[in-house]
Design a protein around this ligand. Sequence first.
Ligand code: ATP
Ligand code: MG
Length: 560
Amino acid sequence: MTLPSPPSLGIDFGTTTSLVAFGRPVDDPRGVKPTVIPVDHDEAGAPLDALPTLLYFPSTKKLVIGEAAREQLGLRPDRVVRRLKQLLGRFPRVAVAGRAYATTDLAAAVFRRLKRAADAHLGARVRDVVVTVPASFDATRRRALLDALSATGFAVRANTLLDEPVAALAAYLHGRTSRRLAARGGSGPASRSERDGIDFSAERTVLLLDVGGGTSDACVARVRPEGDGLAVELLALSRFTPVGGDDFDACVARGLIQRFAERSGLDLDSMPKGDRLLFQHRMILTAERAKRDLSSPPADGVEPVAHIRQMFLHGTHHLLETIDRARYAELVSELLADPRASASGPSPPPGAPLSVLDAPWDALRKAGLGPSDLDAVLLAGGMALVPAVVDAVRALFDREPLVVPFPLTAIVAGAVVQAFALAGGRPGLRPAAAIAAESIGVRTAGGGFHRLIGAGTPLPARVVERGAFALPHGWGRYVRIPIAEGDEARPDRCRSLATLALRFPRRLPADSRVTLEAALDENKVLSLRGFLDADPSISAEARLTVGAEEQPPMDTDEHR
Ligand SMILES: Nc1ncnc2c1ncn2[C@@H]1O[C@H](COP(=O)(O)OP(=O)(O)OP(=O)(O)O)[C@@H](O)[C@H]1O
Ligand SMILES: [Mg+2]
């Protein structure tokens, strides 16, 4: 007798679009077949797989999520929350039309929408889920995401979160075998790996870059044959690079607005704020459409062009413009800058634009490799469809990158493969064990950085620093520990994450020494314990909490 197995569920919570997919066991070597669940519908009522991660508040009591919220972007942008994923864990609240909403509540509303669609589709309440996050999302952001998932009714387990590029790599490798590629002269269908030319009969080193709407994220991994299947070992993950499709759209919109201003003589700075916001959003939507038009494959060998027809708000001025791929690449060139120029240089000035290529270069450097050590460069995410991105990756690595099949759904498919493996299934692939993306440690006096857990350390990890701190006289009960992450060789570039407070049960004697124990779990959430060296029974624990430090709410019109 075989018992029905619960379906494996995966969620890709994206900056621009979110997806939910499931998989049930199948009777072939793949073990599971991920399938995306429709969560939304278009104006005509046709089902849509992707849920735009946009939240529209028609009133303070009503919330609309998805495609219907997108329609409001060009009408009531002040009432639409965009880029929620980028706010979560950084801004406790967001203000819409004068009212503040907790970002974890908004994320929970998105997860509830996805969960409801999944439960209805599957006819069961599924509590276990794997949710993808940018590889280098810091502990605070992860904590916020996990809080939102628990509030939705999902179970939070050790491996609930999965790094996005690792998920995309798992989806790509899922169903591929270690069988040697051979010219088989028509004896049976070629496997998928034969079609795309990667032979996994021996160990291969691959880099995968996921470029989405808000983040560029990379992993470097070794893929080894293991029986008939494959095993993945992660070598490195990139640092956080919040640059993606939204930045391309904003950049092109700025170029178009400038052109508009030159032609019409309009002074946008003197416009009422509401009008300016509306105009900017319309230009961003226009830029996004142009990007899609330019990414479609050449028809009859003729490369596509994008026609811009934009009317000023009140219909008095028009912008008519045609953009080809070369012009587009020129407009977004700063977002595709070669990272080699800045890698060894001084700190980039604050606010300097990031490049999509920073992530893969950082991961490659952390793996201690160069471009010629790689056997393949894979691309995933919606921006993998943009020719300017593919061209820039080709130029950096001096090889043809391979866009994974279904680049927009590969990440959620990888989450399903991971969920299936965690539930004890055999997907023909041994998924990678999590590693730390960045070194994590303590900010020391004078801007230094004391590393606790190094980049690339397999997780869960625990370190104990005996007598780490000598407490000055009169310290009291609290020990505040400023946590930072980054490259220990470049303390000036380390990012402060949070200050964790160890609250001891009583006042500590002067000149006490405290031992620090830091743990990073598989979800990459950090916790600290402090012990008094003289009496280890006196200890205090600190966990990362979200929204502990008061910040003003983020306003919806502070868009980029
Ligand atoms: N057919 C297409 N042509 C060009 N660009 C596209 C296409 N489809 C999607 N995109 C772009 O890809 C981006 C969205 O990609 P994706 O869905 O992978 O991102 P996300 O998961 O929402 O964001 P992130 O992973 O950064 O959090 C958007 O900027 C979108 O404009
Ligand atoms: Mg994504």
